[in-house]
Design a protein around this ligand. Structure first.
Ligand SMILES: O=P(O)(O)OC[C@H]1O[C@H](O[C@H]2O[C@H](CO)[C@@H](O)[C@H](O)[C@H]2O)[C@H](O)[C@@H](O)[C@@H]1O
Length: 247
């Protein structure tokens, strides 16, 4: 099958590990698990958490999950993990042992949540309640993309928030919540510091993580059909990611 990207495949993980200490930062939806019609519909293989713990050990702890999902949601799907992780687009960060890294993020103002909910009701969209954000999903009605992004921008500017747009979703977050900031926070501490970071992701929100990896002399690997500006390499789909990671 022809590749959907002009980017080459990455060197094998074994080859990269032979060059020196390596950290892996992994996105979740679209990278470790396939995209589903709704956030709650994803299929998470029973073996995924165990295999990620084995990967953590292979990397001497230098593995972090960096998701747009809130961490309680991630745990509900994956189970509790003893792996460094950042949820809510990188805003809420924990070390593998469960210690919080940095400050706890705050949720959205009630008024902004009410506005998002009422837009979703009015337009028949799915509103995802999140601990540190709020997401309007238009996967069920792609024609609503422009109106949704426009509405999200207006609510964001009224309340001093940022909009992150991903795959069929517009989400409001507190300013500064992005995956690049999470990678920087992990790279400042053991066991990540001094290693070469590799960020793997499929969505536009992962570009921040890849840009940050480049700042630390690492690189990004884009997954799937979306054209990435920041990535150096490409993997075709979730199955190819699992194969590359030996999951
Ligand atoms: O950064 P990620 O871990 O990839 O999370 C990004 C968003 O993932 C979820 O939404 C996406 O996946 C859903 C399930 O496949 C899909 O229905 C939706 O269209 C996608 O946008 C999650 O619901 C969001 O909260 C995350 O921000």
């Amino acid at each position: 099958m022809a590749s959907s990207s002009p980017l080459p495949s990455p060197p094998s993980l074994a080859e990269l590990l032979a060059r020196g200490p390596l950290s892996l930062f992994l996105d979740f939806d679209g990278t470790l698990v396939g995209i589903a019609p709704r956030p709650g519909d994803i299929h998470v293989p029973d073996t995924l958490a165990g295999n990620l713990h084995a990967l953590r050990d292979r990397l001497d702890g230098r593995l972090a999950l960096v998701s747009g999902r809130a961490l309680d949601d991630l745990h509900a799907h994956l189970g509790e993990v003893s792996i460094a992780r950042a949820g809510s687009h990188g805003a809420s960060r924990f070390l593998a042992d469960g210690t919080r890294l940095g400050k706890a993020p705050t949720g959205l103002p009630d008024e902004a949540i009410a506005e998002l909910r009422s837009f979703a009701d009015e337009h028949g969209l799915f509103y995802e309640t999140k601990s540190h954000g709020g997401a309007l999903h238009f996967r069920g009605d792609p024609h609503k993309e422009e109106a949704t992004l426009d509405f999200a921008s207006r609510v964001a500017s009224r309340h001093g928030l940022d909009v992150t747009s991903g795959k069929s979703v517009a989400e409001l977050v507190r300013p500064g919540a992005n995956k690049g900031a999470a990678l920087e926070a992990f790279m400042a501490i053991e066991p990540f510091s001094g290693s070469m970071p590799v960020f793997i992701g499929d969505d536009v929100t992962d570009e921040h993580g890849m840009d940050a990896a480049i700042e630390f002399s690492g690189f990004g690997i884009a997954v799937g059909e979306r054209a990435s500006k920041a990535a150096r390499y490409h993997l075709e789909d979730v199955a190819a990611v699992h194969q590359w990671l030996d999951l």
